[in-house]
Write a new protein. Sequence first.
Length: 132
Amino acid sequence: LPSGRAPCRSPADIPARTASEGKYLPVAEQTEAVYDKSNKSMVDININLGSGNYAASSVAVMLNGEYIKSDYLSYNNGVLSIAPGAFENLDNGTYKLALCFNDPYNTTITDKVTVKVTESGISKDEDDTTTE
């Protein structure tokens, strides 16, 4: 387990929260991203790290039970971006991501973000060329 990262916890392990606490905790937008191996691009997820005493200062992402290396992750203005290398060795299919925040409740979101890995065989460069 990388240092400084809280383990992802199942909802049963997370203490009960009041409704007022819930509105300050980290959240993620429902996201159904597509990663095309033929057209490598970042996968972006809109998240909110929370606010006040309930805010997280970082987020870890789990895929297939393993943390995605932090080298592949960046965060800017509410957008968590995952670099193509995180998905490069996956078979085609749909994968659920777990977002593990380091807020006081170690909020874990497992039901909001999926990434569909495909391989279209068409790169942007090939698509942009026109033949006469």
